[in-house]
Design a binder for this molecule. Structure first.
Ligand SMILES: Cc1cc2nc3c(=O)[nH]c(=O)nc-3n(C[C@H](O)[C@H](O)[C@H](O)COP(=O)(O)OP(=O)(O)OC[C@H]3O[C@@H](n4cnc5c(N)ncnc54)[C@H](O)[C@@H]3O)c2cc1C
Length: 468
């Protein structure tokens, strides 16, 4: 019977454990032990229902276009609880001063593709608009190695597009800083377009035309929601996974303190004598994996330790809808770093997913911190709520007292795909070929979102089962 140690009970480790449990039940000669530092499973995924309203403390959904999360939910019997985002009401605002400015129509991620909305938007100055027009003339450019997202976007559309578009949109996804994030990893498609077309706008339009041509004569696919969640909160997925694994194989409040490679396997130390395992899946953040693996392989430990992380804070505020007053349409707003505010973004939760907030209530979820403002982690809950309320008043005019607030700090929870990330991944992979039985999963490697972590977790477990 092969023994597998899984280190870290976030969604990546939990998905790996669940997959190994399926294999075990199907008769594969495998057993596992899931070690988790804290007293709960789920890692960054944590939600609760307070007086009929779902409160998400970490992620609130996953991208529908990445199938791994919905597939897992279906396998867990949660299909009936899958809920798409209310995209009809989708509109994203960018904070400029004390005003909200809508993202112009025709924006395909970071790329403006419609002339008139781009020409008319108050989001950009005349100088930026002219640069956006001239961008169509950019000649193809061979790839010259990785660079930051800010450098790529600035070359095409200017600094204002970095400040008001790339930085807020990407910090919403990566909690990161456009001057640090890797274009090659985060904007891989645009790097490709630059090489082929020169102009990103032309590249994006050509891609769109190709897609239309490929669809010609075919039955149009029903529009899919951009985000998908679970009706009762993402904790439902954690609870179902936990129920689907053997409780006897889970060790909560048990941080792994040491890893050692032996001639025929691995020794794992967690608060007692070292235990022997045939394979190890490390599903901790990379900074924790670095500490465990440096004594095993110095180069691997250093590469892992070099992956930067950012922290963030979520503040949920539940309001009586009548007292709250009218909010602008849409799902919420993003705050560019150049605005020098504590808020990074705010979501109007009751609009984004219908039916998860008690009728008559409204939930605003604010994000703070991020790569620009880690000092906020040291503030008290009261101070953070007061800061959020002050900024909501300045931006939205909201003065109502929330009926309930909840603050959650996420320290070093989001890996940053910094410039050179792809090359670092190659170096990590090269070291892993020398360390049979070891796999690394989680948000530090090949996708930052919940669905990516599930995909990697299940694949790691399947790789072990297939080898037996
Ligand atoms: C505020 C926030 C909002 C987000 N929003 C979204 C979103 O809307 N959609 C989306 O797709 N993604 C979102 N993400 C990203 C996504 O939630 C994470 O990338 C994902 O949940 C990470 O899962 P993981 O298993 O890799 O890591 P984690 O959840 O960090 O789990 C790692 C686990 O390892 C444990 N651990 C650490 N060291 C040890 C040790 N030595 N021994 C044993 N255990 C150890 C930790 O305690 C932790 O439980 C968000 C993240 C945050 C923080």
């Amino acid at each position: 019977m092969a023994q597998v140690a899984i280190l870290g009970g976030g969604i990546a480790g939990l998905s790996a454990a669940w997959e190994l449990e399926q294999a075990k039940r199907a008769g594969v000669a495998v057993d596992y032990c899931l070690f988790e530092t804290t007293n709960r499973l789920g890692g960054s995924i944590s939600s609760t229902v307070v007086d009929g309203s779902v409160i998400e403390r970490g992620p609130d959904s996953f991208l529908t276009e990445k199938p791994a999360a919905a597939e897992l939910c279906k396998a867990l019997g949660l299909e009936k609880d899958l809920l798409g985002s209310n995209d009809e009401a989708r509109k994203t605002w960018i904070v400029v001063g004390r005003k909200l400015v809508a993202l112009p129509d025709g924006l395909m991620f970071l790329v403006p593709t419609k002339l008139i909305p781009t020409a008319l938007t108050p989001l950009f100055s005349i100088k930026t608009k002219i640069k956006m027009g001239l961008e169509l003339l950019h000649p193809p450019r061979p790839h010259q190695g990785d660079e930051s997202v800010a450098d790529l976007v600035k070359r095409h559309y200017g600094q204002e597009a970095v400040d008001r578009l790339a930085d807020p949109l990407l910090s919403g996804i990566y909690g990161g800083d456009a001057t640090q994030l890797s274009a090659e990893t985060v904007l891989a498609r645009m790097v490709e377009m630059e090489r082929e077309y020169g102009s990103l706008t032309r590249g994006m339009l050509a891609g769109y035309r190709k897609m239309r041509a490929a669809m010609k004569g075919k039955e149009p696919r029903p529009a899919r929601p951009i985000f998908t969640t679970l009706r009762g909160g993402l904790q439902q997925m954690v609870d179902a996974l936990t129920a689907g694994i053997d409780a006897g194989c889970v060790r909560l409040s048990t941080p792994v303190e040491g890893l050692e490679k032996t001639a025929d396997g691995w020794l794992v130390t967690a608060g007692g004598a070292p235990e022997k395992y045939d394979a190890v899946i490390v599903a901790t953040p990379a900074w924790a994996a670095a500490g465990l693996l440096k004594p095993v392989d110095t180069e691997l430990g250093e590469q892992l330790g070099g992956i930067p992380y950012s922290s963030s804070i979520t503040v949920n505020l539940v309001y009586d809808e009548k007292r709250l007053g009218e909010l602008p349409e849409g799902f919420g707003f993003l705050v560019p770093a150049v605005e020098k505010r504590a808020l990074l973004a705010a979501t109007f939760v009751h609009r984004k997913f219908l039916g998860r907030t008690k009728p008559g209530k409204a939930v605003i979820r604010a994000f703070l911190g991020g790569a620009h403002n880690e000092v906020l982690l040291g503030e008290t809950d009261e101070k953070l709520v007061a800061t959020v309320r002050r900024e909501l008043q300045e931006i939205l005019g909201v003065t109502a007292e929330p009926e309930m607030t909840e603050v959650r700090r996420w320290r070093r929870a989001m890996a940053q795909y910094a410039v050179g990330h792809k090359a670092r991944q190659e170096r990590i992979k090269a070291r892993l070929t020398e360390l049979p039985g070891l796999q690394l999963i989680g948000n530090a490697y090949d996708g930052i979102g919940v669905a990516d972590c599930i995909r990697l977790g299940r694949a790691a477990a399947k790789k072990i089962s297939a080898s037996l």
